[in-house]
Design a protein around this ligand. Structure first.
Ligand code: PHE
Ligand code: ZN
Length: 850
């Protein structure tokens, strides 16, 4: 643990490193508590730098010896690294350190998971492996020798020597240290190969623990599809002889794009029909694609410094969303992404953790792997593409790859290629990268003798990082419908650049109905008073699938807000509109399933708070329950037909067609359960031969207050499958009645399988409690207390996972003063925990001091 006060690092202070690294040779002598790492690094003065002070990062290392050009040296060592006098010319640094992988519970650097060695170096984990300039703008060619009694010894690049207890890997592509990886263990490979567009054969391996071989096929297919897609759509070919993926059980995030050796959380790659749900399969396909796509956007072109994180993450998220849209349904993907954005990014952008897509300062970089950097970062790229058009986007990307291959770049470099290709000035557009917060867009309409005018106004709340917000460039895709539902003005993208700006449409026969922000063309909040009749009209007629869904969503939101505040019952506009959609067999079932979904309870809490009403979590929960029951009654006659329509014959396949049917079937079953008390859900549970049907049935039963036998049977059936048992923990808590959720969670933390040091299990349990909105916000504070207790316990073991989960408290200012003071007490308690990590310290103080 560092005992220095937390330091703030600023983008404006960037300076290049004083040396270039010409080559790196590493040797690992593996041993659980005493691994020896020997490095031989060729340094040369960097002509582009002015400061030539020799500083190497290093943390939690025991230095055994060091030498320069063969002469022993005694460096000056601190908690953060070492310094040493060095020659004025090129020199070779050699050093040997000892590290303790077994004792490494933070899962950063070299650590052990179930007897297997693995590494996680992004962002700053390499400094826990050896002394090194651990910054992304220092790129070098690595050769890695591994000695250890393991059948599988892996590192980046191509294998040069592979023998008993010994392997040498060479990665010809210069890379920053954060992309370094090493894996050693008793693993089995699921192997395949891919022929690239230029005819090279790449060996593909997915390495897993014995017993998991049956869960590899889908991930491998997803990898091959990704490789092909990136060739076809972005012209990007793979560049090594092998591509390896390793599944590990203990991992802080989803996966990591290490060059040629991706390391995956086992939950993000392992799947079989019996153990994984359709949603798991889709997520795996997207994460495999994401990590693979990083090979070009992230690895071949990397980030100059960690402020530029969105350069690789925003672009790669954007690319993986295009991939999913191409393979599956584009409207369904877009709607799902917006649901996620509103659930995770909007609260961040509108609360104490708000920061720009490219932050300008940070204390702990690990705390900036956020929805803002990733998801809003991807939205910004989507807007850019919308503004310049598909053809210029493609030209700009070609130029980006041609100009910057092998470099560590900035957002300025990224925008420059767009300026060069289009001749546009993107100065104002760049504010999307520098201003925090979600812009609000208000609209007023005017109809005058055949001319329809929309008056827009944009505003952005000031925040700690954006004290004087300026207007942004907001692409507003818009269409107009005539009173009979025909489209009278096809989709056009308006560019709002001023604080207020008007757009007129002439020659119209009648006052049109506007469909604004089609495809969710900008990540903004649209403020517009619309009556329910107009929403119902758009729900029935909008030709834009996103906005059609959005109209239904807005109706649901307004209905629920009214129910929660005044108990007003749901109106016919909503109920009949939904019924019409549900009945429409021409619509994709997955799309109908999204339509039927309710806004989440925390989204409703946010909407109420925005409207000036203090949200009452119990009333919101009650409203959601009542609306579901009302909808079930209203749709009573069609539900049996929907269930029949959604039945899938033949063997399970996680393809769009079957997945779509099961998604709608699950919605229908949850409504039916409100009417039959669980008879059909119980029948589905016992007949299920795949996890999607089994788990959706269990969820329905638990939500109905039933299912205790099934819960026990589920455990007996799956107790040896850790990924399924994660679902077992989570489902019981997510579906618990609010007044029981914290108690259910607490009981589960006493279960012998609650292995809290495993991030997946910890999140499955405590993360599930946070997802149970009314349960987490129980008025007695039991939810807050339980989470705080466990965060305090986890922090010394795994600061990264602890810090991320603190965001559960980020919306605390929304709630009533009683709840606020209970949360404040817990935040104080966490902040006061002895030896709190810098990661958690930063998060708690940002949340608390807002
Ligand atoms: N770079 C990884 C990704 O987005 C995420 C990650 C960050 C994983 C930090 C581990 C640690 O694909
Ligand atoms: Zn990524």
């Amino acid at each position: 643990m560092k005992d220095t006060a937390p330091q703030t690092i600023y983008l404006k202070d960037y300076t290049p490193f004083g040396f270039v690294v010409e080559s790196v040779h590493l040797t690992f002598d593996l041993s659980p508590n005493a691994t020896r790492v020997t490095s031989r690094i060729a340094f040369a003065p960097n002509p582009e730098a002015t400061d030539h002070k020799f500083f190497l990062h290093g943390e939690e290392l025991t230095l055994i010896k060091a030498a320069i050009d063969g002469q022993p040296v005694t460096p000056e060592i601190t908690d953060e690294g070492l310094t040493c006098p060095v020659p004025d010319a090129s020199f070779v640094w050699e050093c040997e350190v000892e590290i303790d992988p077994q004792g490494n519970t933070a899962l950063e650097g070299l650590y052990m998971s179930n007897g297997m060695y693995c590494t996680q170096c992004e962002a700053e984990g390499f400094r826990k492996i050896t002394y090194y300039p651990d910054r992304p703008d220092v790129m070098s060619v690595f050769t890695v020798e591994i000695k250890g009694p393991h059948p599988v010894l892996l590192s980046n690049g191509n294998p040069q020597v592979q023998g008993e207890g010994h392997a040498i890997w060479h990665d010809p592509w210069p890379k920053p240290a954060y992309l370094f990886a090493l894996v050693a263990g008793e693993l089995v490979a699921h192997s395949d190969s891919f022929a690239t567009c230029s005819g090279k054969t790449v060996d593909l391996n997915l390495y897993v623990r014995a017993g998991d071989e049956g869960k590899c096929a889908f991930g491998m297919e997803a990898l091959k599809k990704s490789m092909k897609w990136d060739e076809e759509v972005y012209g990007r070919e793979y560049d090594l002889d092998v591509f390896n993926i390793v599944a590990v059980d203990d991992f802080n995030m989803g996966a990591m794009e290490n060059k040629g050796l991706n390391v995956f959380n086992s939950s993000a790659v392992l799947a079989s029909p019996e153990t994984a749900t359709d949603a798991n399969f889709e997520r795996i396909e997207a994460i495999i694609a994401h990590e693979y796509f990083h090979n070009w956007t992230g690895n071949r072109i990397t980030c100059r410094d960690w402020f530029q994180l969105c350069l690789k993450e925003g672009l790669t998220v954007y690319r993986d969303s295009q991939f999913t849209s191409d393979l599956r349904s584009a409207p369904v993907k877009r709607i799902s992404d917006v649901i996620e954005l509103r659930a995770r990014q909007f609260p961040e952008d509108q609360g104490p953790l708000a920061h720009p897509v490219r932050p300008e300062s940070f204390q702990e970089i690990n705390n900036f792997y956020t929805a803002t950097v990733y998801e809003k970062g991807a939205e910004v790229i989507g807007m850019l593409k919308r503004l310049v058009g598909d053809a210029d986007y493609a030209r700009a990307l070609d130029l980006y790859f041609a100009r910057h291959d092998g470099q560590a770049c900035t957002i300025e470099d990224w925008l420059q290629v767009f300026e060069d290709v289009t001749g546009r000035d993107l100065t104002q557009f760049k504010r999307w990268y520098s201003q925090a917060g979600t812009p609000r867009l208000s609209v007023r309409e005017e109809w005058n003798d055949g001319t329809y005018t929309l008056h827009f106004a944009q505003s952005l709340a000031a925040s700690a990082s954006t004290s004087d917000p300026q207007p942004q460039v907001i692409p507003i895709s818009l269409g107009l419908l005539g009173p009979n539902g025909d489209e009278v003005h096809a989709t056009e993208t308006l560019e709002l650049t001023e604080a207020t700006q008007s757009f007129a449409f002439e020659g119209l026969a009648a006052k049109p109905i506007p469909s604004i922000l089609r495809g969710f063309s900008a990540p903004v909040v649209l403020d517009r008073e619309v009556d329910t009749a107009e929403r119902a009209f758009l729900l029935a007629y909008d030709t834009d699938p996103f906005n059609r869904w959005e109209a239904g969503r807005a109706l649901a939101r307004e209905t629920l807000m009214n129910m929660a505040t005044s108990g007003a019952p749901a109106g016919a506009d909503y109920l009949d509109g939904m019924l019409a959609v549900l009945r429409d067999a021409d619509l994709d079932p997955a799309y109908r399933a999204l339509m039927l979904g309710q806004p989440s309870q925390s989204e409703l809490a946010a909407a109420l708070a925005e409207a000036g009403t203090t949200p009452d979590p119990d009333a919101i929960w009650q409203a959601s329950e009542t609306l579901a029951l009302t909808m079930a009654q209203h749709a009573q006659d069609v539900l049996p037909r929907i269930l029949a329509e959604c039945r899938v014959d033949g063997p399970y396949r996680p393809d769009p067609d079957q997945t779509s049917k099961r998604a709608l079937g699950a919605r229908a079953l949850s409504l039916v359960t409100r009417l039959d008390g669980g008879t059909q859900a119980a029948a589905q549970y016992s007949a299920a031969d795949n996890m999607t049907l089994q788990l959706s049935a269990l969820g329905c039963l638990l939500a109905a207050g039933k299912g205790s036998e099934e819960v026990a049977a589920f455990y007996d059936q799956w107790q040896d499958d850790r990924l399924v048992i994660d679902k077992w923990f989570g489902m019981q808590i997510v579906q618990a009645a609010p007044d029981k959720a914290a108690a259910v969670a607490e009981t589960l933390t006493e279960h012998p399988d609650f292995n809290w040091k495993n991030p997946n299990r910890f999140r499955a349990t405590l993360g599930a409690l946070v997802m149970n909105h009314a349960g987490f916000h129980a008025a007695d504070g039991s939810g807050y207390r339980l989470l705080a207790n466990w965060l305090i316990r986890l922090d010394p073991v795994n600061p990264q996972t602890t810090a991320r989960m603190c965001s559960a408290f980020q919306t605390w200012r929304r709630y009533d003063s009683d709840r606020q003071s209970k949360i404040a007490t817990e935040l104080e308690r966490i902040a006061g925990a002895p030896d709190l990590s810098p990661d958690t310290t930063e998060m708690v103080s940002r949340i608390r001091d807002a």
